[in-house]
Design a protein around this ligand. Structure first.
Ligand SMILES: Cc1cc2nc3c(=O)[nH]c(=O)nc-3n(C[C@H](O)[C@H](O)[C@H](O)COP(=O)(O)OP(=O)(O)OC[C@H]3O[C@@H](n4cnc5c(N)ncnc54)[C@H](O)[C@@H]3O)c2cc1C
Length: 1265
């Protein structure tokens, strides 16, 4: 298998043929010193790994294989090759990892002329080395080996700074510089910087076995030939990169990077710029002449590109803004970015790099502005400001008496940060505070007759900040998830056969090719479900889904499941599934993708349109200009919010285990819906539900994504297990999971709203008319209930006397969208806050005062008929909480500070977001407000609880344990919660709506109290200090049942809302409007947040300087867990509203193919907040509160604080408004506030130039809604 010449003699079967370059003339000892290690391991279709330990051996391998068709692949950090093999399905038969003993590849050193970096040196090593070099000038530390001079620092700092933001520590630790260069990514961060430094690559090869090493030098700027094509011969490797040191005192280098997220993200646009200035005495006096300049960009062309036109223009000219403006004109000619450029964001990229889109460039000659008034691209402008700043310092530091030209001046408010690349990473601080722990009594007093006096002492019982019971397992990796269950004998792995199209008829599915893949054991489609006698239909509300799409039916979304292939490994199953031949027939017209498409095509679930009306006819009211002689201010507009990917750590997984000739099935699933999983696995496989058990130990996150969308995964595995009579495991890859499981619904709301100006200047909300559309995707799933919840929350905390809302669910070709933390409420509340902003601007009043003046007062009712406060919902705390924060945090002071800052800074703006929330708790469908628990007391005094709720990291089991521990008066570690299992607690509801502690805490307490009641006589018969185990033992011998099933159902009059119920005749007029429809919520969890942010106007980057949250979670059962939930929900809400952007192939993203495909299918394209995005000062307080309507006076916590994350969004909007300055009127600021949206909405002269003139007032960056 290996060429003889590449084997060590011992491995060459003793062949000492004279031609053998290694054995000939090489003593065995030499071979020991310089062994060529050959590791034969089957990888990538039987590929081979080589690990040469000398440079010559490496080059010989390249000589032997490099020129051959299938070549040889060097793998160093594997951060690129790994992606090529895993996602692009490339396979490399030969791979080589050069041993670290090959010094020239790994060493880094500095000479008097340059910084030399081995081709395989890790980026972390380079970063550390540059860090050391940076200390030289400041006199700290020793000179590194190789010497250095004062310009070392200027060379090293930009490299160091860029590397700090290159990927993550983990990636930098393994990834090498040569890998970054050879990959030739058009958005490489290092390549533009190396170009601007004038770096040279040294390529090495060994043309002859007995010859020396040949070296060729290529400038990095000449190395890139086209999209991912480089000037590297097939037998060449990068030996080293030589980066010339900055030579002049007046030479400046800057890296630039803008990404969706600061941490661990690839660039949207990246750049390296270097300029060398020379003082010159010219005709008009002394001036700074540009002696040399290099401007290199990534993200602006298919490869790293020099702006040669701009560079040529600048050389020899005077350093000043005019020259930079002229350079920008050249940039415009050089970079051509059509609207549908791959990667999108054309206007934004042009703004960052060059300012001006090609659309505008084509009408450039018609431009009303004289050219010299046009501004520089954002990066170029930053570079200019930076150089002026540095030059000013250098001139000031020059020896007195030295005659130097004057430095151009810039207005003081223009001094700007360099962007995040040069900025220090923040250290994050926070204070968590909560009232003194107590055992509060809530609903159980009424429901179960448990009173405070009966509370027993318990270690870590109710009210205590006990740690999550599985916390140690989570952090040590010992926690078992579905995929960790030891493989049963005969296990098969599954891979879904998925449609690659949508809006097409499924003509045929031929699974025969799958069986040509060795190891494939079965391939099943809809016909096999028929064979089983199963019911193919599925769906949580309507049975509008199918397990496997039948031939002849329409495929509704890209990635829809057509069947499953099973094989002896996941790889094999995947290969088999990909081999399945599927034929489609396109349907007429184009797929409906966005809400706008759906409105145009009238693609709605028309029967599920819900409406809410209170007060007068809002349409008529909003046509008026006065109300009772007072001025009525009416505004009209729209607001959009995007989707969100659940991004749980654990993708969907199911292990289906058949037994007894597959008449029984056990389904181990990562699901929030144990019963739904059991029932659909039963119906699709034609198995009685009683013979199907669904078990769930814990999920690695759910966030609503596993409430319904996990079921089709389990069903597919169950079908295959039933038909093969073998266990089948189906774990979705991250990209599959993200492509097909749907996510949060995108929303579009159109509104007309009016407010009345009272005589004293107070502005009072008057009437609201709002239409809310959500993008449900192709199946109903939970689209209706999600939309309902947005209708229930579009009032947020404000009283609208006249109110009309209508919710219209849209049907599109996206995957079915589903539950996600907040379940439509945040999408409703964000509209509410947006409308309040709009009205405040229109009325010219302070948003804070306007909000406070219009908050519900106790006893005022919501539009759906729930009076707030007292006997109805418990205390209405939002106004007080608002006032508390307003005073304590000095909100007016913070706003004044931000305004002062903004006055002094043109390119950096601060904003404040002060945002309240109320979140309704309980399912709006009555039947869902129930829960059961099974409790066993053992004779050693320990307690085992099984209940219907599922643990997804939220701490439900911990709280339930605390409730049981408290009931029995035992330490928390004497109580355990078992897997959630359909054979222990049957007919459960999905763990959702934040109310699982309300349901299962009460059900568990019910069971505990039943047992306690039974053992009370025994306890009474024993000494008062008898331990529980003694009581239990005696009870056992006395034949007392030590197990009990507990149950809780929320009172009939406190849950269930019927949208279509007409007002009954004779309904009491003093009851609130719409209360005849029932009761949407049991009570409200409440909160207020204050966030302060800073945005970089030139790039759209932002950071959250501080956040303070005050949340009313009643009397917390576990403050530690509740604060964790609040922080987590806040960050997730912040992610949704700022950086998480789900993109589909739609009219705005035509470069993604095919239409309707999800683009954001992995962490590379979809960014959730990273550690550095957490507010720098992050404080959370729990209100000292109570709640008579839930167990132990607690309140639900999982979802409610999510919306508080939007305080960051509104703070950003405030900062953007400051940047818009005199245009500081109303603007629709869509959510999420991505860097693109922030940048483009600032409406400054640079971004405005990138927008066609007829679009200026209405321009919106693209997005998928
Ligand atoms: C999560 C993640 C985040 C990332 N973030 C960034 C980022 O912020 N900015 C950015 O620019 N890139 C980023 N990347 C891309 C990647 O990290 C870099 O391109 C990296 O430098 C590649 O190095 P490697 O050692 O992993 O290369 P490998 O994957 O091992 O190899 C890549 C290619 O280079 C070749 N090669 C490697 N060394 C040599 C050599 N000495 N001579 C000849 N050929 C060689 C290999 O044969 C292969 O073709 C990211 C990647 C990941 C996975």
């Amino acid at each position: 298998m290996f060429p003889k010449d590449l084997l060590r003699p011992s491995e060459a079967d003793g062949d000492d043929d004279d031609d053998d370059e290694f054995s000939s003339g090489v003593s065995p000892r030499d071979n020991l010193v310089r062994p060529l290690v050959v590791v034969d391991r089957s990888v990538h279709d039987g590929g081979t790994w080589f690990q040469p330990t000398t440079f010559e051996d490496l080059l010989d391998l390249y000589r032997a294989y490099g020129g051959r068709g299938d070549g040889i692949k060097m793998v160093v950090g594997n951060t690129e090759v790994g992606i090529e093999t895993k996602f692009k399905k490339l396979s490399y038969p030969r791979m080589v990892y050069p041993a670290e003993s090959i010094d020239c590849l790994y060493e880094i050193f500095a000479t008097d002329a340059s910084l030399v970096v081995g081709g395989c040196a890790s980026l972390s090593d380079l970063q550390a080395y540059c860090h050391d070099l940076m200390k030289i000038e400041s006199g700290v530390g020793d000179f590194p080996p190789g010497g250095g001079d004062a310009n070392m620092r200027r060379t090293a700092k930009p490299i160091h700074d860029m590397l700090r933001w290159f990927a993550s520590t983990q990636i930098r630790n393994v990834a090498c510089l040569g890998g970054n260069i050879v990959t030739a990514s058009p958005i490489s961060d290092m390549n533009p910087l190396l170009c601007c430094h004038g770096a040279t690559i040294v390529l090495a090869s060994r043309p002859r076995a007995d010859g020396g090493i040949a070296r060729r030098r290529v400038r990095v700027s000449d190395f890139f030939l086209g999209y991912r094509r480089v000037d590297r011969g097939e037998t060449e490797v990068i030996e080293r990169v030589e980066i010339p040191l900055v030579r002049s005192r007046f030479e400046y280098v800057s890296p630039f990077k803008q990404a969706r997220r600061r941490e661990d993200d690839i660039s949207i646009v990246t750049s390296g710029m270097r300029i060398r200035l020379r003082p010159e005495d010219g005709d008009g006096g002394m001036r700074w002449t540009i002696e040399d300049v290099v401007i290199a960009y990534g993200g602006m062309a298919p490869m790293t590109q020099l702006a040669t036109g701009a560079m040529e223009y600048m050389v020899g000219r005077t350093f000043g803004e005019e020259t930079f403006v002229g350079a920008r004109r050249r940039l415009l000619e050089e970079f051509d970015m059509p609207d549908d450029v791959p990667g999108g964001q054309a206007q934004y990229r042009m703004t960052l790099a060059a300012s001006h889109s090609v659309v505008v460039a084509s009408v450039y000659s018609l431009c009303a502005f004289p050219l010299f008034s046009c501004r520089l691209g954002s990066f170029l402008h930053k570079f200019y400001l930076h150089c002026v700043g540095e030059l000013t310092k250098d001139v000031a530091a020059a020896a007195s008496g030295s005659a130097l030209p004057p430095v151009p001046t810039i207005p003081s408010d223009e001094y700007s940060i360099m962007g995040f690349v040069g900025a220090p990473k923040p250290s994050i601080r926070g204070v968590q505070s909560y009232p003194a722990p107590r055992i509060a009594v809530g609903l159980e007093a009424v429901h179960l007759g448990q009173h405070p006096e009966t509370a027993l002492a318990a270690v870590d019982g109710v009210g205590q900040p006990a740690k999550h019971v599985s916390g140690p397992l989570h952090v040590t990796g010992e926690a078992m998830y579905a995929d960790d269950i030891p493989a049963p004998e005969d296990l098969l792995h599954g891979y879904l056969i998925m449609s690659t199209r949508c809006h097409a008829k499924l003509v045929s599915v031929d699974v025969a090719p799958a069986f040509l893949v060795p190891g494939v054991v079965g391939a099943f489609t809809h016909e096999d479900i028929i064979r089983l006698g199963g019911d193919n239909r599925m769906g949580p509300i309507f049975l509008d889904e199918v397990a496997f799409v039948p031939v002849g039916d329409k495929v509704d979304h890209v990635g829809q499941v057509l069947g499953i292939v099973v094989g002896i490994s996941q790889d094999i199953a995947e290969k088999g599934a990909r081999a399945v031949a599927v034929e489609y027939e396109d349907l007429k017209g184009k797929a409906v993708v966005s809400i706008e498409d759906a409105i145009e095509a009238k693609s709605f679930w028309a029967d599920m349109v819900h409406e809410m009306q209170r007060g007068g006819n809002v349409t008529e009211m909003l046509q008026k200009t006065e109300v009772e002689g007072k001025k009525l201010v009416v505004v009209e507009g729209s607001m959009r919010s995007g989707g969100q990917e659940h991004f749980y750590l654990e993708p969907n997984t199911t292990l289906a285990v058949p037994s007894e000739s597959a008449t029984n099935l056990i389904i181990y699933a990562s699901t929030q819906a144990v019963t739904k999983t059991q029932m659909f696995c039963a119906s699709v496989t034609n198995t009685p539900a009683a013979k199907v058990v669904c078990r769930m130990k814990r999920m690695g996150g759910g966030f609503g994504g596993k409430e319904t969308r996990s079921v089709f995964v389990s069903v597919a595995a169950a079908v295959a297990a039933k038909l093969t009579n073998r266990p089948v495991k189906l774990t979705l890859n991250r990209d599959t999971d993200m492509s097909i499981t749907g996510g949060r619904h995108a929303f579009l709301s159109k509104y007309k709203a009016g407010a009345v100006v009272e005589e004293d200047g107070t502005v009072k909300l008057h009437a609201l008319d709002v239409q809310i559309y959500n993008n449900g995707g192709c199946k109903f799933d939970l689209t209706g209930p999600v939309l309902d919840r947005s209708l229930f929350h579009v009032d947020n905390v404000y009283y609208w006397p006249h109110f009309h809302s209508i919710g219209i669910p849209c049907k599109t070709s996206q995957p079915p969208h589903t539950a996600f933390r907040g379940f439509g409420a945040p999408q409703g509340m964000v509209v509410s806050e947006h409308i309040l902003d709009h009205l405040a601007v229109a009325c010219g009043v302070s948003g804070d005062k306007f909000r406070r003046d219009n908050m519900y007062k106790p006893d005022q009712s919501t539009p759906f008929g729930i009076p707030l406060g007292g006997n109805s919902t418990g205390n209405w705390n939002v106004p007080d909480m608002w006032d508390q924060l307003y005073t304590k945090l000095d909100v007016p002071g913070r706003r004044a500070e931000a305004a002062e800052f903004n006055k002094k800074n043109k390119w950096t703006k601060r904003g404040v977001g002060f945002t309240p929330t109320k979140f309704g708790i309980s399912f709006t469908s009555k039947f869902m407000n129930q829960g059961g628990a099974l409790v066993h007391l053992y004779t050693d005094g320990t307690v085992l609880v099984s209940h219907g709720g599922t643990e997804m990291g939220q701490g439900l089991h911990t709280k339930v344990c605390q409730v049981a521990a408290q009931a029995f008066g035992i330490p928390l570690d004497h109580v355990y919660v078992n897997d959630t299992s359909s054979d222990k607690v049957a007919n459960t509801l999905p763990t959702a709506a934040s109310m699982s502690t309300d349901l299962y805490g009460m059900a568990t307490l019910d069971a505990c109290l039943q047992i306690l009641k039974r053992i009370q006589p025994i306890r009474d018969s024993l000494p008062p200090d008898a331990a529980l185990k003694d009581v239990a033992k005696k009870a056992f011998f006395d034949r007392v049942d030590l197990s009990a099933h507990g149950f809780f159902a929320l009172d009939n009059d406190r849950c269930g809302y019927d949208w279509f119920k007409e007002k009954p005749k004779g309904y009491p007029e003093d009851l609130p409007e719409n209360s005849w429809r029932g009761r949407a919520f049991n009570y409200f969890t409440q909160g207020v947040a204050l966030s302060v942010v800073e945005i970089d106007v030139l790039t759209g980057d932002h950071k959250t300087l501080s956040t303070d949250l005050l949340v009313d979670v009643g009397s917390s059962i576990n403050p530690a867990i509740d604060i964790g939930q609040i922080e987590g929900a806040f960050v997730q809400g912040m992610g949704w509203s700022t950086m998480e952007e789900v993109i589909y192939s739609d009219d705005d993203h035509t470069w993604i193919k095919p239409r309707a495909k999800t683009f954001t299918t992995g962490p590379g394209t979809y960014k959730i907040p990273a550690f550095n995005d957490v507010p720098e000062n992050f404080n959370v307080s729990l209100l000292n509160s109570e709640n008579p309507f839930a167990v132990h006076s607690s309140k639900a916590v999982g979802e409610p604080p999510f919306f508080l994350g939007c305080s960051v969004f509104f703070a950003i909007k405030d900062a953007v408004a400051a940047a818009r300055g005199s245009d500081n009127g109303y603007f629709e600021f869509r959510l999420p506030a991505t860097s693109e949206r922030i940048r483009m909405m600032c409406g400054d002269e640079i971004s405005s130039e990138c927008i066609a003139s007829d679009e200026k007032s209405s321009f919106q960056p693209k997005g998928s809604f």
